[in-house]
Design a protein around this ligand. Structure first.
Ligand SMILES: Nc1nc2c(ncn2[C@@H]2O[C@H](COP(=O)(O)OP(=O)(O)OP(=O)(O)O)[C@@H](O)[C@H]2O)c(=O)[nH]1
Length: 481
């Protein structure tokens, strides 16, 4: 069937479009050229989204005819948009808004990428993974014996002065809270904050515990823990709905309560009457937190941190809800990533310890940084110089020093004792005192995997919707009874 016949027979637009773009279009029969472009804009968009370091050839291109008048849009060589008439049809060429790279570089007087990247902060390849630190390890430095075949210690290198001189200075670190929402947890409600930053491509998180913000029936003795960047006004055109949707609201959001927050430079008040907020800086651990790996206590620590921060705080006049935050950094495997951590686990099965396994793979024992964490804390008004300081939940001295170096005021380090150790301590003390241990005492808290149950009205509502609107096979009579 050709196009004319199709039109005569009253085919719908969609059917015609389908016919014209079908992969097996019999071109010769109806003499219609396929309308697919030679360039695939989707592919180009995907490449552009990947980052400037990869997409030097296509980055910032905008192709016509796709938008308005190319002259008005400042297209490069817009005259090509006029197209040419071939076989009675005008054919348009895709015209880029951007001149060819070679031409632009010539015009800008820049001869190579190094110069360009050093002078143009938007073009510097900050999203490239950092070069893996090369550390020399003599076999004697690596404790257990068996070095598996094929694994080599990395050769020592020293950064040349020339490299240091030409390497671009990264822009000042900035974080921005993109969205916040209330999440009910077994330990009480928390506010999950998602952050973007200009240092890496990761979505770091802050789990803020401050349930007083949800209540009007108690005196608010402490300043609310809120993100400055979230509460800020993002644009003149931003509506109240926009603000509320990204979490810039106060109180408990509900169909009957939608109060956008006001952008403010909240003064951080020092209160002598209540202890400083408890804070944990936690690094991602898929194995420990998601599949309940008992190779580490990361899952338990995350749970225990939220539990401890959520505990009510005693004051001279009674108690107030717990307050503080867990900053959750996406630096899996102490910064080496999950792939390398899995490889490290196999080396650990061969007899190496967690540090040696990292070193054998050519990593440092710990490749983490805490600058983003400090920036997030500052954004939340925690640990800032003029404020109340923080009590840091950690056993890791490097973490304490790193945060202090970033300017975070730590007034106390609160140890994280593994639950199994606490239990053993209790068993020992009870055995000495000849007291029988109850089953409930064996569970100091709820672990993420294999622990207690999740329940509550939010979960019920969620499940009911899945049954009624998404056809999930659950009996609502179980829920209603
Ligand atoms: N490379 C490597 N990383 C591990 C291993 N076990 C756990 N991790 C990672 O270690 C990190 C745990 O860090 P944190 O929870 O901040 O704890 P920490 O630095 O030990 O210090 P604390 O604050 O005292 O808990 C996570 O990123 C885990 O993925 C391991 O055997 N090898």
């Amino acid at each position: 069937m050709d196009l004319q016949k199709g039109i005569e027979q009253g085919l719908s637009d969609l059917a015609l479009l389908d016919m014209l773009t079908a992969p097996d279009l019999p071109v010769r029969k109806h003499r219609l050229k396929r309308r697919d472009s030679d360039l695939d804009p989707l592919l180009l968009a995907a490449a552009a989204a990947y980052g400037p370091h990869v997409t030097r050839n296509h980055y910032a291109h905008d192709f016509f005819p796709a938008v308005g008048d190319p002259r008005a849009e400042g297209a490069y060589d817009w005259t090509r948009f006029q197209g040419e008439v071939k076989q009675g049809r005008r054919r348009y060429k895709y015209v880029s808004r951007q001149a060819p790279r070679s031409e632009r570089l010539k015009r800008e007087g820049k001869e190579n990428d190094a110069v360009r990247e050093a002078t143009d902060p938007l073009r510097c390849a900050d999203n490239l993974p950092l070069p893996r630190p090369q550390t020399a390890h003599s076999p004697a430095e690596i404790p257990p014996s068996t070095t598996p075949a094929g694994l080599k210690g990395s050769p020592p290198t020293t950064a040349s002065a020339a490299n240091a001189a030409t390497s671009p200075v990264p822009p000042a670190l900035e974080v921005k809270c993109m969205a916040r929402t209330r999440v009910p947890t077994p330990h009480g409600p928390v506010f999950l904050h998602l952050y973007h930053n200009n240092r890496d491509n990761k979505e770091h998180l802050a789990i803020v515990v401050d349930s007083a913000q949800l209540r009007n029936d108690i005196p608010h003795l402490a300043p609310p823990i809120r993100s400055r960047t979230l509460d800020a006004k993002w644009s003149d055109t931003e509506t109240e709905t926009d603000r509320i949707t990204r979490g810039a609201y106060v109180g408990r959001l509900s169909p009957s309560s939608q109060i956008p927050s006001a952008p403010s430079e909240q003064p951080t008040i020092t209160l002598d009457t209540i202890p400083s907020p408890l804070v944990r800086i936690h690094s991602e651990c898929f194995t420990g937190e998601t599949i309940g790996s008992m190779r580490c206590d990361c899952g338990e620590q995350l749970d225990e941190a939220i539990r401890q921060i959520s505990q009510p705080i005693s004051t001279l006049t009674g108690s107030i809800p717990g307050r503080g935050a867990v900053v959750y950094l996406r630096q899996e495997g102490r910064g080496i990533g999950l792939l390398e951590k899995i490889r490290a686990y196999n080396l650990q099965d061969l007899g190496h310890d967690t540090v040696a396994a990292n070193l054998l793979l050519g990593h440092k024992a710990d490749e983490r940084a805490y600058d983003v964490a400090a920036a997030i804390l500052r954004d939340l008004g925690l640990g800032v110089e003029a404020g109340e300081g923080v009590r840091l939940l950690t056993n890791n001295p490097d973490k304490v020093h790193a945060l202090q170096e970033e300017g975070i005021r730590i007034v106390e380090r609160v140890p994280m004792v593994p639950r199994s150790w606490q239990r053993r301590q209790h068993v020992h003390m009870d055995a000495v005192a000849n007291v029988k241990v109850g089953a409930e005492e064996e569970h100091a808290g709820l672990t993420m995997i294999g622990g207690g149950e999740v329940h509550g009205e939010d979960l019920d509502r969620y499940l009911r919707t899945k049954v009624l609107k998404m056809g999930h096979m659950l009996s609502l009579t179980d829920l209603d009874s």
